[in-house]
Design a protein around this ligand. Structure first.
Ligand SMILES: Nc1ncnc2c1ncn2[C@@H]1O[C@H](COP(=O)(O)OP(=O)(O)O)[C@@H](O)[C@H]1O
Ligand SMILES: [Mg+2]
Length: 215
């Protein structure tokens, strides 16, 4: 029980307690107390996470009124999606974020941009079979913001590369893929006057989205 309480080296001060006839019971109580503290910490962490997810879901589904573009922060939008995927990612995916310290807002449709990151990150996780490294790079140039999402998965075979943006094209079994993801992504990016490119070799696939700063 002492070891379970975290005492393993300096047991000297505990010796009288061990000799005490009541010692066992005292230790037992102390042990139960520490278990309660540990459980409370677990509950508190879980509550924090649940609150974050609720917040993320709320901003995820925020509707853009009357189809007008609004000021949108690309980092916030990516972070919202990463929060929703947090549980899935933490099982075996290391996430590396290279964000600039400051990033100007762009004009866009935040809920639709969330769908872009969701689809790209979902594809990346599926390509890595839930294990590997997901790298998110954000850079800013004079006219654009550039977001690259890189996974360490198997890559896109050459003969498939020309088809991935076609609606209904999928290499995944039913239930895992509808083949609509990248078609939707492309349409949303066009709506933002942006561009999407990809580059894929086995072990490294990058989708790069650039979004214009003005308009
Ligand atoms: N990160 C990626 N790594 C490897 N292949 C990918 C990746 N992203 C997309 N693909 C390929 O593109 C196809 C189409 O993707 P998508 O339009 O999102 O449809 P779905 O994911 O439903 O199959 C996928 O089935 C897959 O073969
Ligand atoms: Mg997909």
């Amino acid at each position: 029980t002492l070891v379970e309480l975290g005492v393993c080296e300096d047991i000297e001060p505990f010796l009288p307690l061990l000799r005490d006839p009541e010692g066992h019971e005292i230790l037992e109580t102390a042990y139960q107390l520490t278990s309660i503290i540990k459980s409370t910490q677990t509950i508190s962490t879980a509550t924090d996470r649940a609150a974050k997810i609720v917040f993320a879901l709320k901003s995820y589904s925020r509707q853009t009124p009357s189809g007008q573009k609004v000021e949108t922060n690309v980092i916030e939008s990516l972070e919202t999606v990463l929060t929703i995927y947090h549980n899935q990612l933490k099982q075996g995916v290391e996430v590396i974020k290279n964000y600039p310290e400051t990033l100007p807002n762009i004009w866009g449709y935040p809920d639709e941009l969330n769908q872009v990151w969701t689809n790209l990150i979902h594809n990346a996780i599926q390509a890595m079979d839930n294990k590997g490294t997901l790298t998110i790079d954000i850079t800013q140039s004079k006219n654009d913001i550039c977001v690259s999402i890189t996974d360490s998965g198997a890559g896109i075979p050459l003969e498939v590369q020309s088809k991935i943006f076609q609606p209904l094209f999928t290499t995944k079994p039913p239930g895992e893929g509808s083949g609509l993801g990248l078609d939707i992504v492309r349409k949303i990016i066009e709506k933002h006057q942006g561009k999407i490119d990809f580059d894929s070799v086995p072990g490294k696939t990058t989708f790069t989205v650039s979004l214009p700063l003005s308009t």
